[in-house]
Design a binder for this molecule. Structure first.
Ligand code: ZN
Length: 108
């Protein structure tokens, strides 16, 4: 899975098991809830990603347009996202990368 194998971009408190559990709304079980702490950390089921659980420091957040996530779009984070995009070098690379993620997640 994209964000968890290396543990790199995933929050320290978020375990793979917890993430998998929290992905249940993604497959239709909407009783699953994020804790207030997790919400404050920047976890959310992203509308832009059809309900995928993402963190504000994940690559996916670059294309998140959720209005309720505005408070996480700090100048620092926006800068970090721009750096991330720059690292992908060209818009095509970024698009390809997002397309690859889509495929990995079976969203196509
Ligand atoms: Zn979002």
């Amino acid at each position: 899975m994209i964000t968890s194998e290396s543990g790199g971009t995933m929050s320290k408190k978020m375990t793979k098991e917890r993430w998998n559990y929290l992905m249940q709304p993604f497959i239709g079980d909407e009783d699953v809830m994020l804790t207030a702490e997790e919400l404050n950390e920047g976890w959310h089921w992203c509308e832009e990603w059809d309900g995928l659980l993402i963190h504000v420091d994940d690559d996916e957040f670059v294309s998140c347009t959720c209005g309720f996530m505005e408070k996480f779009r700090t100048p620092e984070r926006i800068k970090a996202m721009q750096d991330k995009i720059a690292k992908w070098k060209e818009p095509q690379d970024a698009m390809q990368r997002l397309a690859d993620l889509d495929e990995e997640l079976g969203l196509n």
